[in-house]
Ligand binder design. Sequence first.
Ligand code: NAD
Length: 424
Amino acid sequence: MGYIEPAPIRDHENPFESMMSRFDIASQTLGLDEEIYNVLKTPAKQVIVSLPVTMDDGSIRVFQGYRVIHSNILGPSKGGIRFDPAVNLDEVKALAAWMTWKCAVVDIPYGGAKGGITCNPREMSAGEVERLVRSYTDAMIEIFGPDRDIPAPDMGTGPREMAWLMDEFSRAHGTTINAVVTGKPIVLGGSLGRAEATGRGVMVSAMVAMEKLKINPYNATCAIQGFGNVGSYTATLMKERGVKIVAISDISGAYYNEKGIDARAAQIYRDANNGLLEGFPDAERIDGNELLTLDVDVLVPAAKEDVINKHNAHDIKAKLIVEGANGPTSFKADKIISDKGILVVPDILANAGGVTVSYFEWVQNRLGYKWTRDRVNRRSDRIIKAAFERVYKTAQKYDVTMRIAAYMVAIDKVAKTYKYRGGF
Ligand code: NAD
């Protein structure tokens, strides 16, 4: 097929290109039509806006804002808004495509999108950030909407920014429209269970994978890189199910205890210690990179991208890797890891619990009703388990890794939808 890149393994370790390489392999394995391949490769819409904002000192600064809708064929597009000095159109385009695959693999009725503003929110006052969010929302008033495109938080944004976005959008429409955005504060229509949703999905994926590998959770050990939202909830929930957490880490260092770490105590320690594990007692301090190559049953990278790469993949000893972070394994490491017989539950499946509960937030807002935490958890567990089984079966049927299988499930769903809808 002429549309596949000639070199099967490219000389790069960039997470977004890594994703596109997997997209190429999955498309090829599926035998995807060239026309549909080209449709899926290009974003449906790219919007770039200039956002003048009055700063606290009275000066006016112009920020660059983006929103890319990769696909809205399955439903309204969904994806976070990133505030970071490094935000650029290429990155936003790649992240938007990633959202299309993530929503499709868990079978929720959304397309993929991503937004961003090139700015440094850490150097801005709350007032400046608020004016920037409102300006961005005004610029995107025709793009956003509960039936069109639904933003959420990403790096550098959180419930506070989502509240301002919802307010600005609602003011422009003369009525409260809370379903325009997810990740809101609970009082504005945020969902119970959203905070722990991603870690919970990681735990559920890990438990199902352990069952497939016949690993008894009560005899299993686990190392977790990153102790933020995803890593810390994964740790407490895995521990609740009998898994011994022998190592955790964050930007301050890594902490090891062969007898097991009390994840809840570590969360409490972190919260009382400026959000850091620095000085965490009851554990020996080890090198951060060593955590990844510990002799454990389960490894959960839940910090950042490309941490498992061609330099350390050979040394990984875990039987199972469950990707809490987005893009923690480089494309080059994929083959090394799979040749070693390690099962990888890929990011677009393992960490999709977050977007699943965002979807529930939107559903609840549209129903004008609030679900209990228990209902949210039960329904999201069901979705993650079903997605896992779909991907696992596809991997067996085509004799591919779970990562390629996840892309195949997602691409197949989006491609079929295009075919049925037609209209080219
Ligand atoms: P977070 O900011 O809450 O936590 C990140 C953690 O990683 C922190 O503990 C930080 O200290 C640690 N860290 C950073 N660099 C590290 C390093 N070099 N070594 C060890 N630890 C390091 O972020 P989060 O929301 O938990 O997100 C983590 C990852 O999961 C990201 O890749 C994110 O894109 C992905 N993710 C998050 C969600 C979500 O709902 N929060 C959903 C899907 C995917």
